[in-house]
Design a protein around this ligand. Structure first.
Ligand code: NAD
Length: 384
């Protein structure tokens, strides 16, 4: 009852435009936001593959000037953000376009925070003693090239502070993109390993947000649909990257799962992945994906009805099963999917077993622990 008395809100500041081949319209769409010169934020891999080229061409055709910042790295740090901010200010840009995965989109959001506040993004970490965001970032268009983080529509940016070896969050409606353009043709080049990791990351958003204490009707609705899409399309996108229908399905799933974040957060799998990503350079999606099954095995008894509903969304026939069995079926189904798309274990990702006590301690302190559907302490994290 205490939780039910808590004020919940759902806000969605981002206009979503999507379709196969729609990237050709990006320039005009950005221009319609009233922007004359953008900083295009991307990473070297995405740039090398030519994924930013159609965006750059379309911007030029619409007479929008483009300055390219292509130095984003995975788990982007405060230093990368500062470099981007400098480039934005030096070139007198008046808008941002992010082309890439969560790392590029989060970097662009954080650059936006620094530009309008005139201060390092670290001052706006979601933490006690830090300031809330005061100003809207400049017009930002997100163009995702992975189907995973949902950062194209979320109200979060995740940035690494290398001094504390800590990934911190900056959040709220003021940081959300103004516009996202989702074109699955930009996802075709993803190799199976990235398709799998980012796809299970999206699934983990949907499952953790659907079952966490912040869940509410709007986020429940989009989370369940995201699960259905992922059950239908992830294996297909993984085994045939050119399957455009599956790519489109996964792109929509990632966006919907991003919306299920609402203005809140996820649970234990994200608390651990974010903690780990600050300590060693693991790929976020792979890390979450390796932990989703064990987290669900721990959590199902906290929300058995909802776990039974997850089983259904994933395509399991739960007719005639007792509640406990139906809830456990969701856990089994996720393990099956994770196995089919060959997610490496944490050990295979280079995480040593003797790091578990440190990881458990740190994850317990992560703000996302509070939302976990079953109470959890350091021992619980060690068990997972
Ligand atoms: P990423 O952006 O780090 O990219 C991973 C790799 O994929 C890069 O090497 C990139 O070059 C490559 N890549 C991207 N698109 C490709 C394509 N189409 N073809 C081939 N290669 C491609 O990965 P990500 O998983 O999208 O983002 C992870 C980051 O997002 C983490 O820092 C995580 O903490 C953060 N995150 C943010 C939110 C949010 O709401 N803001 C939510 C979850 C995670």
């Amino acid at each position: 009852f205490e939780r039910m008395g808590r004020l919940k809100s759902f806000e969605m500041p981002t206009v979503v435009k999507h379709g196969i081949g729609v990237i050709k319209d990006a320039g005009q769409e950005v221009k319609n936001l009233g922007v004359a010169k953008v900083l295009l934020v991307t990473d070297p891999g995405v740039r090398k593959m030519g994924l930013a080229d159609p965006v750059i061409n379309s911007l030029k055709e619409a007479n929008v000037a483009v300055v390219i910042f292509d130095q984003v790295e995975p788990n982007p740090s405060i230093h990368i953000v500062a470099k981007g901010t400098e480039m934005y200010l030096q070139n007198k840009c008046d808008g941002l376009v992010a082309v890439g995965g969560g790392s590029s989109m989060d970097t662009a959001k954080a650059i936006g925070v620094e530009v309008v506040h005139g201060e390092p993004v670290l001052n706006y970490e979601c933490a006690e003693g830090k300031k809330p965001l005061a100003k809207r970032i400049p017009p930002l268009t997100t163009i995702p090239t992975t189907a995973g983080t949902g950062s194209e529509v979320t109200q979060w940016a995740v940035i690494t502070d290398p001094y504390r070896k800590f990934k911190f969050n900056v959040g709220g409606p003021l940081i959300a993109a103004h516009l996202t353009i989702i074109d699955p043709e930009l996802h075709i080049s993803m190799p199976p390993r990235i398709t799998a990791a980012t796809g299970i990351d999206a699934l983990s958003h949907a499952i953790e947000c659907y079952t966490c204490h912040y869940a509410q009707p709007m986020t429940d609705a989009v989370a369940l649909l995201a699960m259905e899409y992922i059950a239908k399309y992830l294996r297909r996108a993984y085994s045939n990257g050119k399957d455009i229908e599956a790519r489109y399905g996964m792109a929509k799933a990632a966006m919907l799962a991003g919306l299920s974040y609402g203005s809140e957060s996820a649970g234990a799998a994200h608390a651990m992945a974010q903690t780990l990503g600050g300590i060693i350079p693991v790929a976020h999606g792979e890390c979450v994906a390796a932990m989703l099954g064990p987290v669900m095995e721990y959590n199902w008894m906290g929300e058995p009805e909802k776990f039974a509903r997850i089983a259904q969304a994933l395509g399991v026939n739960i007719h005639g099963l007792a509640l406990e069995e139906a809830a456990k079926a969701a856990v089994r189904e996720v393990y099956r999917l994770v196995k089919d798309v060959q997610i490496p274990t944490l050990e295979q990702q280079g995480v040593p077993a003797d790091m578990i006590p440190q990881l458990a301690e740190e994850a317990f302190k992560d703000p996302q622990t509070v939302g976990n559907p079953r109470d959890i302490n350091v021992k619980g994290y060690e068990w997972i």
